[in-house]
Design a protein around this ligand. Structure first.
Ligand SMILES: CC(C)(COP(=O)(O)OP(=O)(O)OC[C@H]1O[C@@H](n2cnc3c(N)ncnc32)[C@H](O)[C@@H]1OP(=O)(O)O)[C@@H](O)C(=O)NCCC(=O)NCCS
Length: 239
């Protein structure tokens, strides 16, 4: 089963000037770009929410994916449903081809990572990995590692000083994956999730200043960088 990795391409002309944050829906013809974008979000949401202890509303997906589509990467199984390479050939017009391709993309979705990159307190560019999921049948073959690598590389290319995320303290497979990729634990957040479990904030320092900051904090504890999990860096969860 060949896995294809792709940056998410929103349906053409679907670049809303205003990001809607409620459940309202902008009128659109049934197969217009906005409607197709909503279907894409539904497919991504379905994949991600199957394992989340805390399901996010559609507006959370709109917030991230409409604003940072270039930081959303998909893993597609070319062996299920229609082959991705065949959809364009079968279509008679460019519009049909685009529609068939986006439908096939939804049908073949087996993994996704959703991120953002924004200024943090006006002093640094912080990348944030908001969501990561791989369909159960596809786990343990490097798909998440590849998706995260693609997202990290793009955020570094776009100027990230550091990349952060939160994960449940007992999500061992996610913690192993991120630590293997160089992330360190910077903070433990008490009862962070709705199910009352704690979260680790994991950080990948990218720029020298960020690396020094986390190394200094680790040294202050006279411990290695992987042992700063219980240190409160700053006071809010957004530090
Ligand atoms: C966490 C999650 C994204 C990992 O996805 P994944 O695609 O299985 O991750 P990978 O395959 O890259 O890595 C997982 C394991 O497979 C191993 N692996 C990677 N490539 C491999 C390959 N080619 N062959 C065999 N094993 C491989 C890795 O070494 C790793 O092993 P380890 O966990 O024992 O260290 C997935 O379990 C998931 O979707 N969980 C639910 C949602 C979730 O928890 N998301 C994270 C929230 S922060």
């Amino acid at each position: 089963m060949p896995i294809i990795y792709r940056k998410y391409e929103p349906p053409q002309t679907c670049t809303p000037a205003v990001v809607t944050t409620g459940e309202e829906k902008t009128p659109d013809r049934p197969d217009g770009p906005r409607d197709n974008a909503e279907r894409d979000l539904t497919a991504i949401r379905r994949l991600i929410s199957q394992d989340l202890s805390e399901p996010y509303g559609i507006y959370v997906y709109r917030y991230f994916i409409y604003q940072w589509p270039h930081l959303c990467f998909l893993a597609l199984d070319d062996g299920i449903g229609t082959s991705l390479s065949m959809t364009a050939d079968a279509a008679t017009t460019a519009e049909d081809a685009a529609h068939a391709d986006t439908q096939t993309q939804r049908d073949n979705l087996v993994g996704v990572v959703v991120c953002k990159l924004a200024s943090h307190r006006g002093v640094k560019q912080r990348g944030y990995i908001a969501m990561l999921a791989v369909a159960t049948a596809y786990r343990g073959r490097g798909i998440a590692t590849k998706l995260v690598r693609l997202a990290i590389d793009r955020m570094i290319q776009d100027g990230a000083d550091e990349i952060v995320l939160e994960t449940e303290v007992d999500n061992e497979s996610a913690i192993r994956l991120y630590e293997r990729m160089g992330f360190i634990r910077s903070k433990r957040m008490h009862r962070y999730y709705m199910n009352a479990s704690d979260a680790f904030r994991l950080v990948l320092p990218v720029k020298v200043e960020s690396t020094i900051r986390y190394c200094v904090l680790a040294n202050e504890l006279d411990a290695g960088p992987r042992s700063v999990a219980d240190l409160e860096i700053g006071s809010s969860s957004e530090t």
